[in-house]
Design a protein. Structure first.
Ligand SMILES: Cc1ncc(COP(=O)(O)O)c(C=O)c1O
Length: 352
């Protein structure tokens, strides 16, 4: 069996959309575009449709992530990668996805929209929120198509050990795809697992330019997968997913100069994260700050309501986790510039 056989039959037998921009003739009378490049300040104007899949950006992203161009699909942020995976593989009411809460909530959102069933294998504080592979594998069902792993985890900040990922990949070969979300990997000590896609056809990796590459506003990310899966995902991605403006800004962000700048900014964030962690631990209002491999910290306060009022008065927004019982009194705090971090610390210290 090939891994593509796990996809929904409708997707496997989809007839690809014939894209007008694929033609390279000088006079284009085939896409009902305006011939006038007016009203924009971009060099080439915006009157023409962008390339359906912009090859120079695909190549740049593939090089950046260390894979081949046929192993990558450029998407509108990695959020779209999550949605594409679920829509490609999950039949409503029949197939399931496995999640390990507390974890990024968008997996649940898109699974619910698609009508996929959700299997939860909660991570426990007593075991430092580590994934127990035996429990996870025992929870898988015949129709569990996708296992979402987030490393570093949002909101926990911890990484999933490579050994656990390999164990899951091997145990679920030909049955489930492991979707490894590496949105924050640049802030961690770990390497991306992208090089493993040639060995494991059931491994799919999500990357984004939104975090370390400072491009959240552009909406650009990537799905990295075996060359067999990419055309299936491509088939359900909107034909002109990326605007010309996004393509230009993503290419710029991946230039040597901009990459050097953003890499330096990542190092600064990591230093600030460690400083902020120590400062927060020293505050009376704080009961725990978990170690983090991302650009945020998960903090447990003695009383989240007091903190929420105090920070609200100081004009500082943090992400409070109210609904999940294991996350009571917890909040996720993004590591920002030193001045912002200092304001946060002094607001929390004012509660001592
Ligand atoms: C773990 C994780 N994955 C994916 C995303 C989506 O990011 P984007 O769609 O901006 O690439 C986020 C955003 O916060 C995230 O935290």
């Amino acid at each position: 069996m090939t891994i593509a056989a796990l996809a929904r039959p409708e997707v496997r037998f989809l007839r690809p959309y014939q894209s007008a921009s694929a033609c390279e003739f000088a006079i284009k009378l085939n896409a009902n575009e305006s011939p006038l490049a007016t009203g924009t300040d971009t060099a080439q104007g915006l009157n023409r449709y962008p390339a359906r899949r912009p090859s120079s950006l695909v190549k740049r992203m593939a090089d950046h992530y260390g894979v081949e161009a046929n192993n990558i699909l450029v998407t509108r942020g990695s959020s779209e990668g999550i949605d594409l995976m679920i829509r490609t593989f999950c039949c409503a009411g029949r197939d399931s996805v496995l999640l390990t809460p507390p974890v990024f909530d968008m997996y649940r959102l898109y699974a619910s929209i698609q009508g996929a069933r959700i299997i939860e294998v909660p991570l426990r504080e007593e075991t430092r929120f580590a994934i127990d592979t035996d429990t996870l594998l025992a929870a898988c069902e015949d129709n569990t198509k996708l296992i979402f792993l987030c490393s570093p985890n949002n909101p926990l900040g911890n990484v999933v050990p490579g050994k656990s990922i390999l164990e899951i990949l091997q145990a679920r070969a030909n049955r489930s795809i492991v979707v490894l979300d590496e949105a924050y990997i640049e802030f961690s000590d770990s390497e991306s697992m992208a090089s493993l896609i040639s060995r494991y056809d059931n491994l799919v990796i999500l990357r984004t330019l939104s975090k370390a590459r400072a491009l959240a506003g552009a909406r650009c990310g990537a799905v990295i997968a075996s060359a067999e899966l990419i055309p299936l995902l491509d088939g359900i991605l909107a034909p002109y997913a990326l605007s010309s403006l996004v393509i230009d800004s993503a290419e710029l962000a991946l230039s040597d100069e901009q990459l050097a700048l953003s890499t330096r900014a990542v190092r600064t964030t990591i230093n600030e994260r460690e400083r902020l962690r120590l400062e927060l631990i020293a505050c009376d209002a704080v009961s725990c700050v978990w170690p983090s491999q991302a650009n945020f910290l998960l903090v447990r306060f003695r009383c989240i309501d007091t903190v929420s009022v105090c920070l609200g008065n100081a004009g500082i927004a943090i992400r409070i986790y109210g609904d999940d019982i294991s996350m009571q009194n917890c909040a996720r705090i993004t590591v920002s510039l030193k001045a912002d971090n200092d304001r946060l610390i002094s607001a929390i210290r004012s509660l001592d």
